[in-house]
Write a protein that binds this ligand. Sequence first.
Ligand code: TYD
Length: 239
Amino acid sequence: MDSSARPHCLAGRFIVFEGGDSTGKSTHLRLLAKRLRAERCVDLPGRPGLVVTREPGGTELGAQIRQLLLHGGQVAASAEALLYAADRAQHVAQVLRPALARGDLVISDRYLDSSIAYQAEGRGLDEGVIREVNAVATGGLEPDLTILLDISAGAATARRDRPGAARDRLESAGSAFHADVNRRYRELAAVNPERYVVISTADSKDAVHERVWAAVRPLVSVLGPATRAPGESRTEVAG
Ligand code: TYD
């Protein structure tokens, strides 16, 4: 991660959830935030604040870009890539860097690797160009931990096709597109083992959550054990 975002040892940590569509990312992100609070790792005196955010749409400008990307009319592949990068540039400048500089723990639903998987691999755009554009957007800011929620092709299709499910523009892109995206994510995880943890979503929600927690705990435990007032009981995390 870019050390300019980390002026001292209290500087923040940056965790990203990645994965194809319909992998349950937002559910697990919510469960993780709840767990971090229940375990008294965040949002208490002497503890980092917790910032939960997402791409696209983690800022006011980003919310408008999200609407254009997912629910607008036709978008050329190159325009799509640039809009995701613009959303990211605003997100990094307005949310991520300030939070990390404060020493907060930041959890983001998607970041740069989404553009590698979806725009470069899925849409077939030049990966080098996508990386260059995004280097402008991120200024080199990288996650400390990327959690890839990995779903089988069959399960992903079944989730996207479930009755009553409303599909946005990207979700309507077809099975081959989504298979390419999932394959590229696995490759990214394989070449970046120092920051990636791959968790299969084939198991129960609780089992997946425990794996997410096991991946995150080393990152927050450097802050020392959470203190509890005498007689205070532990808050349980509900699903
Ligand atoms: P998201 O809200 O995470 O959707 P889901 O919960 O269905 O996974 O992301 C919105 C869509 O935007 C999703 O289809 C992936 C796509 N996307 C890209 O194509 N490139 C990007 O850089 C990002 C951040 C998202």
